[in-house]
Design a protein around this ligand. Structure first.
Ligand SMILES: NC(=O)c1ccc[n+]([C@@H]2O[C@H](COP(=O)([O-])OP(=O)(O)OC[C@H]3O[C@@H](n4cnc5c(N)ncnc54)[C@H](O)[C@@H]3O)[C@@H](O)[C@H]2O)c1
Length: 249
């Protein structure tokens, strides 16, 4: 998959799945914009890419803020002059029992996981339509969009929202040859998931038919496929990458 000189924005690329996606795009020749909340983690991903002779810039930002997202796209265009691929990966998954959940917690998860997808896709679509060369948007959803998880009502709602958004936007942008798809990971070993307790982790692992948790590269491979010419006839789809977890009853 050749992404030579294509400009790819990856949100939440400071660590975990987003970092791996950014590294893999850079390996395939893309110019990568590492957009993540903390400056330090952005710098660390950029350093990793640079040490493998790849090209990347760090843009610390909060993707739930319209102002930050506007400035992310301005910086990208100033540095690289175009946008070919957007990967909406940034997301948070704080476990909160529904009875204790307060409005601020609900709003934060919806803001970071779902509103961000609206904000970033709006900027990307506007640039891509102007460029007139098509484009690709890949949203990182979750299997939590199709099966329920206790203590993650806000998260499940946000990811279900991403799936609906993906299908609707794909239809609106198809005439401009901009493809929009989503990847739905199952449990993946990342620093974010590492913060969960041992019992929850063991529970995830033991329930996977392929008998292991996902690795960030499993998700990156699916994202690169959906952003490449190999998937030219695929749009509006939700691709599950979960070791078979949701194939069970
Ligand atoms: N790891 C899993 O098991 C799993 C499963 C299904 C879906 N996902 C999804 O994959 C994505 C990445 O998950 P992960 O496990 O790599 O998470 P992680 O916590 O390891 O990393 C998330 C990254 O996003 C950044 N981020 C958080 N809030 C942000 C904000 N407001 N603005 C910009 N950046 C922000 C963080 O700083 C961090 O770099 C998320 O959307 C998550 O919901 C993960």
């Amino acid at each position: 998959m050749d992404f030579k000189d294509q400009v790819v924005i990856v949100t939440g690329a400071g660590r975990g799945i987003g970092e791996e996606i950014a590294v893999q795009f850079a390996k395939e020749g893309a110019k990568v914009v590492v957009a993540s909340l903390h400056g330090q983690e952005c710098d660390s991903t950029v350093k990793k890419i640079a040490s493998a002779k790849g090209k990347a810039i760090a843009v610390p930002c909060d993707v739930s803020s319209a102002r930050d997202v506007k400035s992310l796209f301005e910086k990208t265009l100033r540095e690289f002059g175009r946008v070919d691929v957007l990967v909406n990966n940034a997301g948070i998954f704080p476990f909160v029992p529904f009875k204790d959940m307060v409005e601020e917690q609900w709003d934060r998860v919806i803001g970071v996981n779902l509103k961000s997808v609206f904000l970033c896709s709006k900027e990307a679509a506007s640039v891509m339509v102007k460029q007139g060369r098509g484009g690709k948007i890949v949203n990182i959803s979750s299997i939590a969009s199709i099966v329920g998880y206790p203590m993650l009502t806000h998260y499940c709602a946000s990811k279900g929202g991403i799936n609906g958004f993906t299908r609707a936007l794909a239809l609106e942008l198809a005439p401009s040859k901009i493809r929009v798809n989503a990847v739905l990971p199952g449990g993946v070993k990342t620093p974010g998931v590492g913060e969960l307790d041992e019992k929850t982790l063991k529970g995830i692992e033991s329930s996977v038919p392929l008998a292991r948790m996902g690795e960030p590269i499993d998700i990156a491979n699916a994202v690169l496929f959906l952003a490449s010419d190999k998937s030219d006839y695929i749009t509006g789809q939700t691709l599950v990458v979960d070791g078979g977890s949701t194939a069970k009853d």
